[in-house]
Design a protein around this ligand. Structure first.
Ligand code: ZN
Length: 339
């Protein structure tokens, strides 16, 4: 009989603890304390024992019964507290909603990873800029016709004497900030938000993202740029991409080029994305203009470098097949949840 009590004591509390519903708990309780319960039989059997045995076993059995009652009571309160008293373990679970990255963030993360592996650093700058950093230092003086290429959001001034500030129209002013505070050689990329005061449509937004690149040193060449940008697009689109540079004009570079890449969707065969040309125009680039080096205090006779800019939304639209640039900042969960 002592053995039975030991066995009960050994198992009953774990069994109570492992119950998940009031019904299960009641079954455990009945198994020990019910009319035919194990402990109930022990208590009944006491009458047949010798006085000596009764004195030894009786109080232990009684105490155990009280502890089991108490444990059942506690467990029942646990269920009530969590209000999960009844649940069907075979019931299908609820789908957990997890957050999604905006495809623009994914694109920028990929870009950063690729350029970091190519020896570039990632640099940041403010979105509110001075006129000097956004235009003048980049060889775009106030009355230069090229200034018209950038429709600008100007900030209000408290006094007309204050220098004008603006929402940066490109990430290029970060080139100026970086060169003013660092000595070459270096390679940086600058992903960031930019603003243009213009009408929006499926391909144009007032707020968009650029990825700027700048590599400066004594021997940096346009050929270096071509190999870097080929490696970048090939890894970004996960296929071998060919690059074509066409002469173009940007005030802060000389020579300036448009950067075309072979269409990653049709592999140069021609499709709607590339308007059946096999090529996509993906950015602008060139060798940094000597005036820009002058503006930051570098010697253009000993220092040279390339700069480039690509549109992050455009790359994401191509990579993920997104048809409209306005989707990126629409906050539409049906869009975001696809990535
Ligand atoms: Zn194509």
């Amino acid at each position: 009989m002592i053995m039975t009590i030991n066995e009960i004591e050994h198992s009953v509390f774990a069994e109570i603890h492992n119950t998940h519903t009031a019904k299960e708990l009641e079954e455990v309780r009945a198994r020990y304390l019910g009319r035919k319960g194990t402990l109930t039989s022990v208590l009944r059997g006491l009458a047949e024992l010798s006085l000596e045995d009764r004195r030894e076993i009786g109080p232990r059995a009684q105490a155990l019964r009280d502890r089991i009652e108490e444990a059942c009571e506690d467990r029942l309160q646990d269920f009530e507290a969590t209000s999960e008293t009844f649940f069907d373990v075979s019931f299908p679970g609820k789908k957990i909603t997890v957050g999604h990255h905006n495809p623009l963030s994914l694109l920028i993360q990929d870009t950063e990873d690729i350029f970091l592996s190519l020896g570039f650093s990632v640099v940041d700058g403010p979105e509110v800029e001075t006129e000097f950093n956004n235009f003048d230092a980049l060889n775009i003086p106030a009355n230069h016709p090229a200034r018209e290429m950038w429709d600008t959001f100007w900030l209000k001034r408290a006094h007309n004497t204050e220098p004008r500030k603006l929402l940066r129209t490109h990430t290029s002013p970060v080139q100026i900030r970086y060169m003013q505070t660092h000595e070459p050689p270096f390679r940086i990329i600058v992903p960031g938000t930019t603003y243009r005061y213009e009408a929006t449509d499926a391909r144009h937004e007032m707020q968009f993202s650029q990825i700027e690149g700048l590599a400066v040193g004594e021997t940096v060449t346009l050929a270096n740029f071509k190999s870097i940008i080929t490696a970048f697009f090939s890894r970004l689109f996960a296929q071998k991409v060919e690059i074509r540079l066409r002469p173009s004009y940007f005030p802060f570079v000389e020579p300036g080029v448009e950067v075309d890449a072979t269409c990653p969707r049709c592999h140069k065969r021609g499709c709607e994305l590339c308007t059946f040309t096999g090529w996509l125009e993906l950015g602008g680039a060139g060798m940094v203009h000597p005036h820009v080096f002058d503006a930051v205090g570098y010697n253009p006779n000993t220092i040279q470098g390339f700069a480039f800019g690509v549109g992050a939304e455009r790359l994401a639209m191509i990579k993920y097949g997104i048809p409209d640039i306005r989707l990126f900042r629409s906050s539409d969960l049906r869009f975001i949840q696809q990535f």
